[in-house]
Design a protein around this ligand. Structure first.
Ligand code: ZN
Ligand code: ZN
Length: 232
């Protein structure tokens, strides 16, 4: 599996993945020009765009992607909020798997402040299995046979407290973060609860600009799992 973060974080998310047969985009939360550059000008070859939820940092260029002839897979709320429709807009439902090229994809519900899906992507070509989730304070499911993980690691409680104490963020943001984004502690708990025996790589995504410590997060996940860890 090749995984490339084109953009990650609250300013915009887009990830290019391929199993060697079917290239996909996870999210399109940046201008389409940047998607074209990020895919090496092979955007038209992408088998589909998988979107987690309606926030702009995940679906900013949905209209442009549809116009470019790409199929979109997203919760129906995304189409309503972004006011798009048509045969390119595939409506998906939690725990109802669907196929895109060589991928079988299972959406599952995440806990954010709007409808939000994570995805388990199984490649029939390579046999690899990628778990993807973001913008969720917890994941209630357990997964088998995962080989790659892309997981939100948004903040640490210490960094949030520091930011509040120094006036970088309002104190009210702490409660919102706690119920909508994944902290390093919650991510470590999730990793502990799952069978990671086949995991090769872990990608930490959607780090908060003010409230994260990239190197500390990477070390903590590496120490717990013994896996290769990347910060996007
Ligand atoms: Zn986001
Ligand atoms: Zn969001």
């Amino acid at each position: 599996m090749i995984i490339k973060a084109i953009a990650s974080g609250s300013k915009g998310n887009a990830y290019y993945i391929t199993d060697g047969r079917t290239p996909l985009l996870l999210e399109c939360g940046i201008p389409i020009k940047e998607l074209q550059i990020g895919t090496g000008f092979k955007l038209s070859q992408v088998g589909g765009v998988i979107i987690s939820h309606q926030h702009n940092d995940h679906c900013k260029s949905i209209s442009d992607c549809i116009r470019a002839g790409l199929d979109i897979y997203a919760p129906s709320e995304v189409y309503t909020v972004k006011k798009v429709k048509g045969h390119r807009c595939k409506e998906i439902r939690p725990l109802k798997g669907f196929t895109v090229g060589t991928f079988y994809i299972l959406p599952f519900e995440c806990d954010h402040d709007c409808v939000n899906y994570g995805y388990l992507l199984h490649s029939n070509h390579s046999g690899e299995r990628l778990l993807y989730f973001t913008d969720t304070y917890m994941v209630k499911y357990k997964f088998d046979g995962i080989t790659h993980i892309m997981a939100e690691c948004n903040y640490s409680v210490e960094a949030v407290d520091y930011s509040i104490a120094h006036g970088y963020i309002p104190a009210s943001l702490k409660e919102r973060l706690r119920m909508s984004h994944m902290s390093i502690d919650n991510l470590l708990e999730f990793l502990k609860a799952n069978d990671l025996s086949k995991v090769q790589q872990i990608y930490l995504i959607h780090l908060s600009e003010n409230n994260s410590q990239a190197e500390e997060f990477k070390t903590a996940v590496q120490k717990l799992t013994g896996k290769e860890v990347f910060v996007c």
